[in-house]
Design a protein around this ligand. Structure first.
Ligand code: FMN
Length: 203
């Protein structure tokens, strides 16, 4: 079982990176996954999509290929996104333009949104509404919304005594569900017949 964890924040030292690291450690330490691949959008490592992506431009191929291989080998995903002005960061939307059905299709994903305050619902709604159509990633019904993030999931001090244990239990539960969906969908994908040239994109 290989899980890819994407941190969608562009910010250095982002809280989303902290949450992504926590979930990666949890998945491995609990034996939920044998392998975790982490990809961070910190400091915008990827240019915005341009026509070269679809025209087989060599620079794009060299840039994307190593990441594509990791994503294609993954059985499930955790998409960690901060709430920025009530939205998903543009770099994360760009991620969904760059990788599509060859890597993501019919694989489960756990949305994990992150807020410094009591927000975090908008990115969940946005991803569920508009990020899956062509790549056919399967968001599972469970999601995590990590609110007041600075006070939880820290190593050592500064954790809120009530909410921190709650989020840790909830993350464990949600990751456990993701892995069960991942096992089930492995079987579904192995049956073949998933791709039809006539219906390359979703409606
Ligand atoms: C440009 C920007 C816009 C933000 N807008 C929101 C917002 O709309 N709602 C919210 O709850 N937090 C907002 N925040 C605060 C983030 O929730 C906070 O930075 C949190 O740590 C998650 O982002 P990070 O992973 O980049 O650290 C915003 C932060 C930035 C940098």
């Amino acid at each position: 079982m290989k899980i890819a964890i994407i941190n969608g924040s562009h910010r250095p030292n982002a809280q989303s990176a902290k949450v992504a690291a926590y979930l990666a450690d949890l998945a491995l330490s609990k034996g939920l996954a044998d392998q975790v691949y982490r990809y961070d959008l910190t400091d915008n490592p990827l240019p915005f999509w341009d026509e070269g992506v679809w025209q087989g431009d060599q620079a794009w191929e060299e840039r994307l290929q190593p990441i594509s291989e990791e994503l294609a080998a993954s059985d499930g995903f955790v998409i960690v996104t901060p709430e920025w002005h009530g939205m998903v960061p543009s770099g994360l939307k760009n991620f969904f333009l760059l990788w599509s059905n060859q890597e993501l299709a019919h694989k489960p994903a756990l949305i994990t949104s992150v807020s410094a305050g009591t927000g975090g619902a908008y990115p969940v709604a946005e991803l569920r509404m508009s990020s899956y159509k062509n790549n056919r990633i399967c968001y599972i019904p469970e999601q995590l919304i990590i609110r007041n993030v600075a006070r939880v999931l820290n190593e050592g001090a500064d954790n809120d005594p009530e909410s921190d244990p709650y989020y840790r239990r909830r993350a464990d539960y949600a990751l456990g569900l993701l892995v069960r969906y991942a096992s089930a969908l492995q079987q579904m994908r192995s049956a073949g017949g998933l791709f039809d040239g006539e219906f390359k994109n979703g409606m």
